[in-house]
Design a protein around this ligand. Sequence first.
Ligand code: URA
Length: 427
Amino acid sequence: MSNGPLSAVSLIAAKRDGRELSGVEISWLIESYLAGSVAEEQMAAMLMAIYFNSLTRSELVALTRSIIGSGEQMDLSRLSKPTVDKHSTGGVGDKVSLILAPMVAAMGAAVPQLSGRGLGHTGGTLDKLESIPGWRSELSRAEVVKGLEEVGCVICAAGPGLAPADRRLYALRDVTATVESIPLIAASIISKKVAEGTSALLLDVKVGRGAFMKSLERATELARTMVDLGGDFGVSTKAVLSAMDDPLGRAVGNSVEVAEAVEVLAGGGPADLVDLCVELAGGMGELARIDADPLRVLGDGSAMDRYRAMVAAQGGDPAAELPRARIVERVTSVGAGFVSSVDALKVGEVAWKLGAGRSRKEDSVSATAGVICLAKAGDRVAVGQPVFEIHADDPALLATAEAELRGALSIASSPGPSRPLILGRLG
Ligand code: URA
């Protein structure tokens, strides 16, 4: 720790040269940045120094504490049920939250999912739910608590008062190529979960070409860092590492993903999606110390009841027909054999360009644009068989989408080995 008055330049130099910053220095830095006396370019330099030199565990705890302290903290300790939340690092076709929150509510816990919006090729849960007529993402604190007590789950937008320092830092990381720093990701995610007031947290860390983390090694390091950090703040935290090479389920988009989530809640749906939901619901049940069977709540309709109640509590009509794209066109296979992979990144990018995702956080998204993967890895396909369905609002986008989807499908002459969905568990 430096003697004398603190200055941004000396703290940047210390981090650049690999010296450990004290808790006092980190909290001064964050407070001064929010107050405007540490400039954007100074914080940008600090983020880059952290990107290269990482943070020690005590620096990481101090940074996370400062981000939490920049805003309000929800107190959910008076709820009559244990709280447990899930965070996914984001994947293509990842509509798990829509299924999991009502499942775990039906198992007897309260799930406070305060979410952000999607950026880039991975979609956002709020964007998906907003395709339901009437559904609204903005809730007051009292509505969140009421929803948790009465329904057992709430999925809503994190208000501006929750970890505001993270919003500023994330926007700066986005334009300074410092998003991919493991300690910065961990501080960003864990600070919001601690501020939201959950007692327990299950992390779904995605690994593969459609994920943020492309290698198992990096994903494991991120998972370990977040599990430890959650524990440092008294949040019982575990992590599951799950494969994200191929899209999860079949649907990629907004209303098409809601429709698929409802299919799972009705007892059907693609096997990989069901398996992941059951795995995560089991993990959340353990964290909340609830002895309930995730398969039972899917089979007996109780998870579906919670889903309907959650949608209705937020102004949505669960019985309303979901909006459908003006154009639905099928893409057929030009080869025959066994599907060896469907490239999640390519499919995610097609759905994004069709309008399902946004490039800048101010952009709006199409409720109806998206892609359905009619063929999944392991399936046998013949020439001329439909392998994708494009859902589009703009006919001018069809030709490119079709060509890019063809490039996303790999076909082999014999079936390949089946690839595991769950790659590891931590905590
Ligand atoms: N999601 C977050 O909330 N923060 C990050 O830094 C990365 C992903």
